[in-house]
Design a protein around this ligand. Structure first.
Ligand SMILES: Nc1ncnc2c1ncn2[C@@H]1O[C@H](COP(=O)(O)OP(=O)(O)O)[C@@H](O)[C@H]1O
Ligand SMILES: [Mg+2]
Length: 274
């Protein structure tokens, strides 16, 4: 997978008339996406970032939502710099990062801007290259995306090593997750990232399992792709309380069911790496 993603990057770089940086080794690049909004992407990305950092991993969390980025609220941060500064070349990535729990490094997104930054393939490639080139190298790059099925998201998706799709058990969310996989497959042209699913806000483990089985079977049947169940998180009021407290749930309620599930998901991500 890493080789596929690396060669895709090289191909993209060649298309843009330059070669990929020779020394850049791609860290695990985990894109967290869904199709549908409000399914828990930002909470999951932020908390996973903290857990992985706590496991002595060097982790960068990129809030790639340039319209309604809110990872900083979930993490209780007041970033000095954000993605728009990097995209406009006002600052390098390393200097734009804000430190969070366990040493997690956050590139904050943007919100409510009239002239929000457009991410095109060239700016996205430049962003990834500078993250990959930063010293000391990172183990994980987590990219939290906005809702929707935009070119921006597809670019990050096909450049990921792991595409972590979040869905709730609602059929609308499951449908959007399927649509996401279908478009990524088309864009990836045979170089698919590892597909992994998190079922969020399920009422019971059984409901989560059934949601996974449904999606797994349509993905297998129509797209001939495999998807792994990374884990599930039950509906847990501790998450919304933590959002209100602007303290991520793994810090605010470390013994809650959601925090336990998030830790299990992080362990499985590490165990099932490339
Ligand atoms: N497991 C959960 N249990 C209860 N509420 C949750 C859970 N996961 C997320 N939420 C709530 O869902 C809302 C959307 O979460 P968010 O992470 O912002 O989603 P997204 O990034 O996909 O738009 C938030 O209000 C959050 O508190
Ligand atoms: Mg979000």
């Amino acid at each position: 997978m890493r080789d596929q993603a690396n060669s895709l990057r090289e191909m993209a770089a060649q298309l843009m008339g330059r070669s990929a940086p020779a020394n850049a080794v791609q860290p695990r690049t985990i894109v967290i996406t869904s199709g549908k909004g409000g399914v828990g992407k930002t909470n999951i990305a932020s908390n996973l970032g903290i857990i992985l950092s706590g496991m002595r991993k060097s982790v960068v969390l990129v809030d790639a939502d340039v319209n309604l980025g809110n990872a900083e609220m979930i993490l209780g941060l007041s970033p000095k710099y954000r993605l728009s500064h990097v995209v406009r070349n006002e600052i390098g990535v390393s200097d734009a990062l804000t430190a969070s729990y366990n040493g997690l490094k956050v590139l904050a997104g943007d919100s409510g801007k009239y002239d929000y930054p457009t991410l095109n393939a060239a700016t996205q490639q430049r962003l990834l290259d500078s993250i990959y080139e930063s010293e000391p190298p990172n183990d994980f790059v987590l990219i939290d995306t906005s809702a929707g099925l935009t070119d921006e998201i597809l670019f990050f998706a096909v450049h990921s090593t792991d595409l972590v799709i979040i869905t709730t058990p609602e059929p609308t969310a499951v449908m959007d997750a399927y649509a996401m996989v279908k478009l990524v497959q088309h864009a990836a042209k045979g170089a698919m990232p590892a597909l992994r699913l998190v079922v969020n806000m399920a009422k019971t483990p059984r409901e989560a399992e059934a949601t996974f089985r449904n999606l797994e079977s349509v993905i297998q049947h129509f797209l001939h792709e495999k998807i792994e169940l990374l884990g599930f998180i039950l509906y847990d009021a501790a998450i919304s309380k933590s959002v209100c407290a602007q303290t991520p749930v793994v810090v605010n309620a470390p013994h809650s069911s959601a925090a336990l599930s998030l830790r299990a998901i992080a362990h499985k991500l590490i165990a099932n790496g490339r």
